[in-house]
Each structure stands twice: as structure tokens, then as C-alpha cells.
Design a protein around this ligand. Structure first.
Ligand SMILES: Cc1cc2nc3c(=O)[nH]c(=O)nc-3n(C[C@H](O)[C@H](O)[C@H](O)COP(=O)(O)OP(=O)(O)OC[C@H]3O[C@@H](n4cnc5c(N)ncnc54)[C@H](O)[C@@H]3O)c2cc1C
Length: 378
């Protein structure tokens, strides 16, 4: 029996690939959400804005002969004995295992329990947040990464007073550095979103329900609702004591192998990228699909070193930002197509004389074409 733990993009793709590649044996997918697999990127975009009904984000679960165990959590793993402990009390024997348990939002060390304080990872999270946003006058978003930035764009379109707070000097700076970050900051300012950058959050105020956010400079921002969007933590606590190496998610080799007969895929997996020569972990939708496929093939003895060019996109207002490759801190961006002033451009990032990544701003075709330059001399 092959068991897949995690019923989302990576786990579903792994299950589909196993069948497509000829595996005919028993296949069980275990997922702790009550829902069949659905797509997460629209949560902070079309679902939050109300443009789409939730039914539109169901992933096509066209895979034969799967036993779906939904609403069930894996709580332990015995790699040597090939057994999974489940939240139902069952002890499940498997032959091969796919770990695809994704990540969980990081929480603030204070105030997170107050009513009105949200994180956003699941469909129920989004429905609950959307409901409160609809009657709120003000929202404070803690964290100016891609999620905080996307939610700021949607919330400002709903007529809510939006403030984004981040200790770093620009939004999405961790992904793309200060140059693009400054452009994103301007985009938000142009839409009336207040950016409180370079200052951290030190506390949440309110009794029972949040009513304010305290900043390190002494300011208190009024807040009817707060979204905490400060990154994620890999879901590996259930693997403690399993013997798997868990330095950054589930540590894997270049074929996505974490142990004999155990592979990992998606947001939870860090693997040795053959081109970069070091382990990386990618929290992007496209990687969940591609790595789900790669890991499944490895389990069937058809594996190859997994060497994708990472791809990521984000939608904010009428801007689609697309990114291929990697954006190390020292990489220098330069515009290679279009014009920044025209609101349509693509930029290549160069480090040590080589192109490491390409970012496009409302210029999909050129961005895709420039992707071929990654790894080449600048
Ligand atoms: C709001 C939002 C917007 C996003 N937007 C973009 C975007 O614009 N572009 C982009 O590239 N990416 C985006 N992403 C990231 C993308 O959705 C993820 O990379 C993708 O969902 C990863 O898929 P996964 O299957 O690896 O993990 P997940 O989707 O996290 O799925 C893991 C599943 O495993 C379950 N699980 C965890 N532990 C256990 C356990 N012990 N037992 C059983 N089940 C368990 C989890 O509940 C979950 O259902 C976004 C993510 C979010 C949340």
C-alpha cells in the first residue's frame, strides 16, 4: 500500500502520478482538513474578494481507486516498521510513503488568541476573515510578504482602511530585494494603503476582541480586524522521533527521498537542488505539482534528480508579478524588457556574472522568454 499524507496540491498530484505511471496497488490519501483538495492561491485573491464561489477552487480529483481518509491526522511515523499512527487511533501499515503536509501560518507570540485576529491558509480561514472584513472599518495586516500584500490589495478594494506593518523597509523584500519592493510599496500607496515599514509590532490591544496594534515606535493603530501574515512553519511536528531529518521541513536528497521508501513533496520538502548544489524549500504552487510528480516517480523507481526553475506569481490590484528562478540577496536587477514607468517590464537578476532569476510586472510573454537566460552569463 502506498500512503500519501497531505491531501492538497502536492499529495493529490503524487497520487495521480502514481496511477498514471502504472501503480495499480492500494493507495490511501490521508488529510486533516475535512475538504477534498482545493487550490490555495485564489484564497487571498478571488475568494477573499468574492469574485469566485468556493466551489470554483476544487482541484480535479480524477484518480482511480483511492481511499480518501479526510478529517484524519497523521500523528506519528515509524520509518523502520513502516507504520503510520493516525488521529483515529488506527495504526496503518504501508509499503511506501509520500509526505506532503505543507506548512502552517506562523503566529505572533502575543494576542493571537483575541477575537478578530486571523491567519489565512485554508478555505474556512478565508471565509471567517472575509466575513469580518465585510463589516470592518479598519484592518491591520502584520507582514508585507506576498500574502500580506495581496490581502491589502483586496481589502482596499472593499473600502476598508488598510495598514500594513513590517519591520523590513519594503514589501516582498525577502523575495525580490529592495528595488522591486519599493515599486510594490508605491503601488499600494497609490491605492491608499498605508505602509508602516521599518517598524515591528510589539503587542495587540483589546479585551476579548482586538481593537489596536502596538508598534515598536509607540504608535497604536486602531484595528477592527488583524491579519497575521508573517510566514509559515513546515508541518513536521508529527514526524518528531521518526528518525527523518527535519532541519528545514523534511530534508530530502535530489530525488526527493527522505528515507528508504519515503519521499516528500511540496511546501514541506527541502531537497538538494542539483543545479544549486544545496538544499532549498519552495513554498509555491507550481512546485507542489512538479515535485508531487517527481517524488511519485522516485517511489516507482523511475526517479530523476529534481531540478526545476522555481516559478511564482502574485496578483495585486491590476498587476501580475511573475518570477522565475532565484533572487539571492546580492543579485542585482536590471530592466531587460518594457519600462518601469509604463507599468510593464521584465527585469533580470544577476549575481557573479550569471542570471539567477527573472521578474515580470504585467509582461508575461517577455518574462517567459527571458526565463531561458537563467543560468547564462549576463
Ligand atoms: C492564501 C494563499 C495564497 C497563495 N498564493 C500563491 C500564489 O499566488 N502563487 C504561488 O505560487 N503560490 C501561492 N500560494 C502557495 C501555494 O498555495 C502552496 O505552495 C501550495 O498549496 C503547497 O501545496 P502542498 O500540497 O505542498 O501543501 P498544502 O497546500 O499546505 O497542503 C498540505 C495539506 O496537508 C495537511 N496536513 C498537514 N499536516 C497533516 C497531518 N499530520 N496529517 C494529515 N494531513 C496533514 C494540511 O492540512 C493540508 O491540507 C498561496 C498560499 C496561500 C495559503
Amino acid at each position: 500500500m502506498i500512503a500519501v499524507v497531505g491531501a492538497s496540491a502536492a499529495g493529490l498530484t503524487a497520487a495521480q502520478t502514481l496511477r498514471r505511471e502504472g501503480y495499480e496497488g492500494p493507495l490511501t490519501v490521508i488529510g486533516d482538513e475535512d475538504l477534498m483538495p482545493y487550490d490555495r492561491p485564489p484564497l487571498s485573491k478571488q475568494i477573499l474578494s468574492g469574485d469566485w464561489e468556493p466551489s470554483k477552487i476544487s482541484l480535479p480529483c480524477t484518480v482511480d481507486g483511492v481511499e480518501w481518509r479526510l478529517g484524519v491526522r497523521a500523528v506519528g511515523l515509524d520509518v523502520t516498521g513502516r507504520r503510520l499512527a493516525l488521529s483515529t487511533g488506527d495504526d496503518l501499515a504501508y509499503d511506501k510513503l509520500v509526505v506532503a503536509t505543507g506548512v502552517t501560518p506562523r503566529r505572533l507570540p502575543f494576542g493571537q488568541e483575541l477575537a478578530g485576529v486571523h491567519t489565512l491558509r485554508t478555505l474556512p480561514d478565508t471565509v471567517a476573515f472575509k466575513e469580518e472584513l465585510a463589516s470592518a472599518r479598519s484592518v491591520v495586516i502584520v507582514g508585507a510578504g506576498f500574502m500580506g500584500s495581496e490581502v491589502a490589495a483586496v481589502a482596499s478594494g472593499m473600502g476598508v482602511d488598510v495598514t500594513v506593518v513590517d519591520p523590513l523597509p519594503a514589501p516582498m523584500i525577502r523575495q525580490f530585494g529592495p528595488w522591486l519592493g519599493d515599486l510594490v510599496a508605491k503601488l499600494h500607496a497609490d491605492h491608499g494603503v498605508r505602509m508602516r515599514l521599518g517598524v515591528g509590532v510589539t503587542g495587540l490591544r483589546g479585551e476579548g476582541r482586538v481593537d489596536g496594534v502596538e508598534l515598536a515606535d509607540g504608535t497604536v493603530l486602531p484595528a477592527d480586524v488583524v491579519l497575521v501574515a508573517i510566514g509559515s512553519v513546515p508541518n513536521t511536528s508529527w514526524l518528531a522521533g521518526s528518525g527523518l531529518s527535519l532541519t528545514d521541513g523534511v530534508d530530502c536528497d535530489s530525488l526527493c527521498r527522505a528515507a528508504p521508501n519515503v519521499v516528500a513533496a511540496g511546501d514541506v520538502a527541502s531537497w538538494t537542488h542539483p543545479v544549486h548544489g544545496r538544499r532549498i524549500r519552495v513554498e509555491h504552487r507550481m512546485n507542489a505539482t512538479e515535485q508531487g510528480m517527481a517524488a511519485a516517480r522516485t517511489l516507482l523507481g523511475k526517479g530523476e534528480p529534481y531540478a526545476p526553475i522555481p516559478y511564482f506569481w502574485t496578483d495585486q490590484y491590476d498587476v501580475k508579478i511573475q518570477a522565475y528562478g532565484t533572487f539571492p540577496e546580492g543579485a542585482v536587477p536590471s530592466v531587460a524588457a518594457g519600462e518601469v514607468g509604463a507599468g510593464r517590464f521584465a527585469a533580470v537578476y544577476v549575481e557573479d556574472g550569471r542570471v539567477t532569476g527573472v521578474v515580470g510586472w504585467n509582461l508575461p510573454r517577455d518574462t517567459r522568454q527571458l526565463r531561458a537566460r537563467i543560468g547564462e552569463p549576463a
